[in-house]
Design a protein around this ligand. Structure first.
Ligand SMILES: [Zn+2]
Length: 384
C-alpha cells in the first residue's frame, strides 16, 4: 500500500530581484523608530513586481489621533486624456499615467498622499508582528497599492444617487495636497472593469447620477473582470470586490478586494498579527490589466490548491505525481533554470518522475493542467 504524503502550504519565494527603489517618500510628522525603513521596504517590494521607470512620489503624513476615522488613508492623484492614454475619458492614477506617458506629467504634484494614524498599534519590524499589533509594511503596501491603481471614483450620496467621478470634497475627511480627482466626472480605469454578477459593467449599467446607479453600486456582488490578465490569474474567474452588501461606504467599497480573500494585500480585512507582504497573483493580474507592466518574478510555491499530490517528498531516485489531467511537468532549480527530466505514465492520472540525475537539494515541480490552464508549483526535496 502506498503512503500518501500530504503537502502543507508554505509560501516560498525563490528569486526576487534586489533593485534600487523607484519610490521617493516625503515624510511629515514625528517618525517612530523603524518607520522610514519599513516604508522604504514597502515601496521596494512593489518595485520588485512593477516596471517603474518614472519615479513614484509619495507624500506621507504621520498623525496620532483617535478621533480620525482611519488607521491609514490614501488619496491618489490622477489624470485623464493624457498623451498615450489607452482609454479616453478615464481617470488613471498618476503613477500609472506617468508610466504610460513615459515621463512625469504631474510635475510639482505628489502621486499620492498617505496618512498613517499612529493611534493604530503598528509593528514597524520586518518579522512577524505580535498578535495585538498591525503590520506596518503590509499596511504601507496596501496604501501604496491604492496609489498604483486600486482606485475607484464610484460614489453613492446620502440620497442614494450613484455616480462615477462625482465625489464631493466634503465627503472626504482631509483635503489632498493636489487637486481632488473625485470631481473629474469620469470613472477610473479600475472602475471600468467592474461587473455585476449578471456580467453587466457597473459603469454603464445605469445612467450617471441616478438612483438606479446608486442601487447597482449598493446592491449585489461586484467583481473585477479582466479577460487578458486578471481573470487568468484567478482560475479564469472574475475577482470579487468589497461592496454590494446593500450600503455604500466611501473608501471601503469597490476599491478593495473582497474580505473573503486570504493573503491579499488589497482586501480590506486583515488583522492584527497578520502579514500580507506579497501581492497575490490576481492583484498583479489586475495591475497588469489596467496597464502596468509586471516584471517576471521567481517561481512561487502554490500549494493552496489540491490539484495534485507528490510523493515521496523528499525523494530519492523517483517521485510519483497524482493528479487529474496533468499535461506538463517541469522541474526548476532554485535559480529558476528548467532541468531535463524523464517521466513515465504509471496509469491514468499517475506519473513517475526519474529523480536519479538530480543532485541533493530543493527544487520546484511545476505542473500544468489542461482543463483549467492552471499551474501548480510545489517545492520538492531530493535526498539520495
Ligand atoms: Zn484600502
Amino acid at each position: 500500500m502506498k503512503k500518501i504524503t500530504l503537502l502543507f502550504a508554505v509560501l516560498f519565494s525563490i528569486s526576487i530581484n534586489a533593485q534600487v527603489s523607484t519610490f521617493t517618500f516625503n515624510i511629515t510628522g514625528t517618525q517612530p523608530a523603524g518607520f522610514a525603513t519599513a516604508l522604504t521596504i514597502a515601496g521596494q517590494k512593489w518595485s520588485n513586481y512593477l516596471q517603474i521607470t518614472v519615479p513614484v512620489k509619495v507624500n506621507v503624513f504621520i498623525v496620532n489621533a483617535s478621533f480620525l476615522p482611519f488607521s491609514a488613508i490614501t488619496f491618489a492623484n490622477g489624470r485623464k486624456n493624457f498623451t498615450n492614454a489607452p482609454v479616453p475619458n478615464t481617470l488613471y492614477v498618476s503613477t500609472l499615467a506617468n508610466q504610460l506617458a513615459g515621463s512625469e506629467i504631474n510635475t510639482g504634484e505628489y502621486d499620492m498622499d498617505i496618512y498613517f494614524n499612529l493611534y493604530t498599534p503598528y509593528y514597524f519590524g520586518t518579522g512577524k508582528p505580535p498578535a495585538n499589533k498591525t503590520d506596518f509594511i503590509s499596511t504601507a503596501m496596501h496604501e501604496i497599492g491604492h496609489g498604483l491603481g486600486f482606485y475607484s471614483d464610484g460614489y453613492v450620496d446620502a440620497n442614494g444617487i450613484g455616480s462615477f467621478g462625482n465625489i464631493p470634497p466634503s465627503a472626504i475627511p482631509i483635503s489632498p495636497s493636489f487637486p481632488w480627482r473625485g470631481q473629474d466626472s469620469v470613472p477610473s480605469i479600475f472602475d471600468k472593469y467592474i461587473i455585476k454578477a449578471s456580467g453587466n459593467l457597473l459603469t454603464t449599467c445605469a445612467p450617471q447620477n441616478s438612483s438606479a446607479l446608486g442601487d447597482s453600486i449598493k446592491n449585489g456582488a461586484v467583481y473585477f473582470s479582466g479577460p487578458l490578465y486578471a481573470n487568468p490569474s484567478h482560475s479564469n474567474t472574475p475577482i470579487r470586490l468589497a461592496g454590494g452588501a446593500g450600503t455604500y461606504t466611501l473608501g471601503v467599497d469597490l476599491l478593495h478586494i473582497h474580505q473573503s480573500y486570504a493573503n491579499t494585500i488589497m482586501s480590506y480585512y486583515w488583522g492584527a498579527g497578520d502579514t500580507v507582504r506579497i501581492p497575490a497573483p490576481w492583484e498583479l493580474g489586475i495591475l497588469k490589466e489596467i496597464g502596468w507592466n509586471i516584471k517576471a518574478v521567481g517561481l512561487k510555491e502554490n500549494t493552496t490548491d489540491a490539484l495534485a499530490m507528490v510523493y515521496p517528498n523528499p525523494a530519492n531516485s523517483s517521485m510519483v505525481v497524482v493528479g487529474k489531467n496533468i499535461t506538463t511537468i517541469e522541474i526548476y532549480n532554485l535559480m529558476g533554470e528548467l532541468l531535463q527530466i524523464n517521466t513515465n505514465v504509471l496509469k491514468e492520472d499517475e506519473l513517475l518522475i526519474n529523480t536519479e540525475p538530480l543532485k541533493n537539494g530543493i527544487y520546484f515541480l511545476k505542473m500544468g493542467f489542461n482543463y483549467t490552464g492552471q499551474n501548480s508549483i510545489k517545492k520538492i526535496v531530493i535526498s539520495h
